[in-house]
Each structure stands twice: as structure tokens, then as C-alpha cells.
Design a protein around this ligand. Structure first.
Ligand SMILES: Cc1ncc(C[n+]2csc(CCOP(=O)(O)OP(=O)(O)O)c2C)c(N)n1
Ligand SMILES: [Mg+2]
Length: 563
């Protein structure tokens, strides 16, 4: 149906699915429920245009939709049932909120004839998702579906992107209305003013030790290219914020590392010693600022420029010399057009890059598997178009430090720190980019939060490689425990299944790797397998980070207690 033509009478569910078509939706994720049968039926009619991926748990579905939003810049679409389905899906909404990802979660709702009686599985989604979503609403009238959908798409992608939640009462889904569709949504973004770009250039002309922190959401491949042209013309060193490392090709000489917990101490020193800090897109949250210790509050001691898509983020914690409200593509194209200045920092940039190269050298660790060597191997082995996903846990530190992300969306990780992201993100990645290799890294704890989506992987024939880094514990928490309560292990031990056998039971190729030397051959078999594959890599629990061991942390904490 053409936009703006007056259609025949349709049900609310049909109007909704037609609106999804108008807005260009090609993929949706969900778990069915009797609360949205009419929508499922309308999706049946639209099956040639919209692929509806059936998942095994709503947390998986919502994470997939979030990852879709991260990759495409278009809202990830997720359908779940009321109460329990919505509760399971909340993790994806929270990640979309913290990661500024466009997402629309649709929830079946009890009918208006019984609402507010605490009918079966009834809950008020406005209150439930109030703080987590940019907008939460319930569509009570079929004739207003096009308006709500248009508003939802605009809200999710515009300014600082984020999640929208829409509840769909059952009676609305089957009510009929005669109403035209809207046109397709447009992303609305602020542009930097010419005087702001002029001021930025002026500050660069006066700087001696400038540094850039690049991050956040709202980027696309073209914008990353523009930004790369800008930093190349000005020869600027660029650190990327937590889990936004793929915004600049890590092989590029301007990339100098990630700005997050566990970062290179030399990069910390350099940021502290800089005389001009330009933060582009990053929110400057807790992890990027090392628990708000990296920069002086409220006024950083270096000249400080912050560019962000959400006006409300600017000046929130840090006062700036120049605060610019702009979308990322809009800023990147303006930055690209700046004419270069006479500069005094070529050695500074080279030094920062040399620090990064040294930081990436493999380290020695206890045990038979050395994850720094494994990542070095993968860094050299994997084709540059490979997409790498991860969830949360100390295992991810090895990936972030020793791998090299090669460009926009070769990395998918939750800045929200949500465990269970790797598997569903990999599923979404393979749907969006079927021709690119996808490697998912999970911890033993992390993996089992959404491991059931291996079934989805197999149902849709997706050839993903899963790497489960097994240390037999919730390692991150154990690490904090040893630091705060040395020797008192509580609530962090795990007795695990045989992950390779578990994978085989789903139909994947599965293997256990117990030494660095065995990894390459096992990986080749996984890479060339006809199905998805899972490698369980058993590491020494003592190898808790590239820099220290549990025993060393405990000894240090006990010493500090005695002192
Ligand atoms: C959904 C969720 N639950 C709990 C946590 C708290 N948490 C952070 S890391 C972690 C342990 C991760 O364990 P594992 O995946 O085995 O990785 P490891 O740290 O052992 O490498 C936990 C429990 C979290 N971040 N997310
Ligand atoms: Mg673990």
C-alpha cells in the first residue's frame, strides 16, 4: 500500500504491520503470546517483507533487536507478550537506554474491557518502563496506530537515540478502522553551527597535546569514514570509549586504545597530560571516566570540547569550553571539511600509537591457555569484515585489549555491562550480515544467561562461532570479592556443564580447548564447520586479568588490611 493513500477498513493489527512496512522494517524478533495473536496473523500476511525471528526467551529477542538497532541505526523491533514476556524483555530495553540504541518493543496488553482489574498478566507499562525508555505508551484506538508508530520511530532515532515501548491492548488489535498510513519516518538531528566548528579549529590551532575520545551511538560507516578523514588531516590521536572501539579502524595509526576500565596506564597519563580534549559522541559515563576520576569535576583542567547528540548530556557533569549539540554524521561531515592547522603534535600522536602497540603485545599468564595469544592469533587470522560480539565479564577484557576491530560495527558489546549479550547479538549480526564471519565471546556465567538462543542459531541455519571462556566462576565478581573481602569466596563459584557437549546436543560442532597450542586447529575446524560451532576454552581461574592474578589481588588486600 502506498503511503498517504486511503485504504479500506483494516484491523488495528493490520494497520500496525502496514506501518512497520511503511517505516522499512525487514526483520523483527520475538516470542509469541496469546496477547498478540492478531498481530502474529498480520505478520503472516507480511511474511515476504518482514522476517519474524522466533526466539527462545524474550531476553534473547530484545537483545537481538538492540543489536539490530546498533548495526543499522534503524529501530530494532521486538514483539513480546504481556507481564512475564515484558519482564524478560526488560534487559534489552535497559541496554538500549544505556547504549543509546533505537529500539521499539511491542507488548501485547489485556483488553480495555478488563484493564485496571489486574487481569491475567496485566501490568502498567508506563510505570514499569518509565525510566528505561524514551517514550512508553499504550495504543488504545486502532485509528491512531499510524500516528503512534510514526512518533515511535521518530523518537527512537532522533536526538540521543533510545528505546520506545508500545503496549497493544487485545481489543485494539482486532478493532477495525479506516485510516491512511503515514509516510516513512525521518531521523531528526542537530547540526554543529559554523561558528562552533570555527571555534574548534581555533582551539586545535592553539593546542600542543590534543587528544580525542570517540564513542557513543548514532554513527554509521560513512560518518566513521568522514571522521577518519578529519583525524588523519589533523593527525590526532583517538581513544575510543568503552565498547565503541570499532568507530575507528584499530589498524589506523591514529587509533591509540580504548578509554575504559582496565585501560592502558600510558593512555591515562596522556589524557591527563593533554591540553585539549575533544570528546565526540561519548557520554562520559562511569566506565569511560574510570569512575569519574579521569577528568576533574566540574571543570576539566585541559581545554574541553564535548559533542553529543543529546543536548541534556552536555554540561551534565563536565563544564566545557565548547559544547556542541549535534548528530554524529552531521558533526563528522563538518569536521571533515575543516582545513588543517599548523600543528605541533606529530610526535605526541606517534608516541600514543607506540604505547598502544606495546600494550597489545601478548602477556604471560598462569595456566595452559593464554588468552592474549589466542586473541593475537584471531587478530591475524580473521578476515577484516568479521563481527565480534561479547557480553559482560572479565573474559571480555582480553578481547577488547588484544583484538583489533577493523571498522564500524565489527564490535557489538553492551556498554550497559549486561551479561548474556554475546549470543543474541551474534544471531542478529548474522541475520543482518549473512556473508560476514561472526564470532561471539562469552564467559561461562555470561553464556548461560542466553545460551538457549543456540536453538535459534540452529533453527535459522546461522553459521556463528561461539567461544566460551570457562574459568568455573563469576570471575569479575570473584575479583572484586578478593579485593574487598580477601579469601571469602561467596556466591561466585560455578559448576558448569560440558559446554561442547551441550552445543553438540543443539546440533552445533563443539570442542573443548585446553591449551594455547590447540586453539588454532580447533578454530579452523570451527570456522570451516558446516554448522555453527562452539569452542569451550578452559582457562586457569588465576588468569583473572592480563595484569594480575586472583592470588596477587588477595595477597595485596590482606597486606592492606594488616597495615
Ligand atoms: C545480567 C547481569 N547479571 C549480573 C551481572 C553482574 N556481573 C558482572 S560480570 C559477572 C560475572 C561474569 O562471569 P563470566 O561470564 O563467567 O565471566 P568471567 O568474569 O568469569 O570472565 C557478573 C555476575 C551483570 N553484569 N549482568
Ligand atoms: Mg567465568
Amino acid at each position: 500500500m502506498n503511503a498517504l493513500s486511503t485504504p479500506a477498513s483494516r484491523t488495528g493489527a493490520q494497520i500496525l504491520v502496514d506501518a512497520l512496512k511503511v517505516h522499512g522494517v525487514d526483520l523483527a524478533f520475538g516470542v509469541p503470546g496469546e496477547s498478540y495473536l492478531a498481530v502474529l496473523d498480520a505478520l503472516y500476511d507480511a511474511r515476504d517483507r518482514i522476517k519474524f525471528v522466533i526466539c527462545r526467551q524474550e531476553g534473547g529477542a530484545a537483545n537481538m533487536a538492540e543489536a539490530y538497532g546498533k548495526m543499522t541505526g534503524r529501530p530494532g523491533i521486538c514483539f513480546v507478550t504481556r507481564g512475564p514476556g515484558a519482564a524478560n524483555a526488560a534487559i534489552g530495553v535497559h541496554t538500549a537506554h544505556q547504549d543509546s540504541t533505537p529500539l521499539i518493543l511491542f507488548i501485547g496488553q489485556v483488553g480495555n474491557e478488563v484493564i485496571e482489574r489486574e487481569a491475567f498478566q496485566e501490568i502498567d507499562y508506563r510505570r514499569m518502563f518509565g525510566q528505561m525508555a524514551k517514550w512508553v505508551a499504550q495504543i488504545d484506538r486502532a485509528d491512531r496506530v499510524p500516528e503512534y508508530l510514526s512518533h515511535a520511530f521518530h523518537t527512537a532515532v532522533s536526538g540521543r537515540p533510545g528505546p520506545v515501548v508500545l503496549a497493544l491492548p487485545e481489543d485494539m488489535q482486532t478493532d477495525e478502522a479506516t485510516v491512511p498510513d503515514t509516510g516513512r519516518y525521518q531521523r531528526v538531528a542537530a547540526h554543529p553551527g559554523p561558528e562552533q566548528m570555527h571555534a574548534l579549529r581555533d582551539m586545535l590551532a592553539k593546542a600542543e597535546r590534543p587528544i580525542v575520545i570517540l564513542g557513543g551511538s548514532g554513527w554509521n560507516a560513512e560518518a566513521c569514514k568522514d571522521f577518519n578523514t578529519f583525524v588523519t588531516a589533523f593527525n590526532l590521536p583517538v581513544g575510543c570509549s568503552f565498547r565503541a572501539q570499532d568507530l575507528l579502524d584499530n589498524r589506523d595509526p591514529h587509533y591509540v586504545g580504548d578509554v575504559a576500565v582496565g585501560m592502558n596506564p600510558k593512555l591515562i597519563e596522556r589524557i591527563r597530560a593533554s591540553d585539549l580534549l575533544v570528546v565526540v559522541g561519548a557520554r562520559l559515563g562511569e566506565w569511560t571516566t574510570l569512575n569519574y576520576t579521569l577528568l576533574d569535576i566540574p571543570r576539566p583542567k585541559q581545554k574541553f570540547v564535548h559533542i553529543h547528540a543529546g543536548a541534556e548530556e552536555l554540561g551534565r557533569v563536565y563544564q566545557g569550553d565548547l559544547l556542541v549539540n549535534s548528530g554524529m554524521p552531521e558533526f563528522a561531515s563538518a569536521a571533515r571539511a575543516l582545513s588543517p592547522v599548523q600543528r605541533r603534535w606529530d610526535e605526541w600522536t606517534e608516541g600514543a600509537r607506540a604505547d598502544f602497540e606495546a600494550w597489545q603485545q601478548p602477556v604471560s599468564v598462569p595456566g595452559r591457555v593464554n588468552m592474549s595469544e589466542v586473541l593475537r592469533y584471531l587478530r591475524d587470522r580473521l578476515p577484516p569484515e568479521t563481527m565480534v560480539t561479547n557480553g559482560a565479564g572479565n573474559f571480555s577484557i582480553w578481547v577488547h585489549r588484544f583484538y583489533r576491530y577493523t571498522g564500524f560495527r565489527t564490535q557489538l558489546g553492551p556498554t550497559s555491562g549486561a551479561m548474556g549479550y554475546a549470543v543474541p547479538a551474534a544471531v542478529a549480526a548474522k541475520f543482518v550480515h549473512p556473508d560476514r564471519p561472526v564470532v561471539a565471546f562469552a564467559g561461562d556465567g555470561d553464556f548461560l544467561m542466553t545460551g538457549q538462543e543456540l536453538a535459534t542459531t540452529m533453527q535459522y541455519g546461522l553459521r556463528i562461532i561461539f567461544v566460551v571462556v570457562n574459568n568455573g566462576m563469576y570471575g569479575t565478581i570473584r575479583m572484586h570479592q578478593e579485593r574487598e573481602y580477601p579469601g571469602r569466596v561467596s556466591g561466585t563459584e560455578l559448576r558448569n556443564p560440558d559446554f561442547a557437549a551441550l552445543a553438540r546436543s543443539y546440533g552445533l560442532h563443539g570442542e573443548i580447548v585446553e591449551s594455547t597450542a590447540d586453539f588454532a586447529a580447533a578454530f579452523e575446524r570451527a570456522f570451516n564447520a558446516k554448522t555453527a560451532a562452539l569452542l569451550e576454552v578452559r582457562i586457569d581461574p588465576e588468569a583473572i586479568t592480563p595484569r594480575t592474578t586472583l592470588a596477587a589481588i588477595r595477597a595485596e588486600a590482606l597486606r592492606a588490611k594488616k597495615a
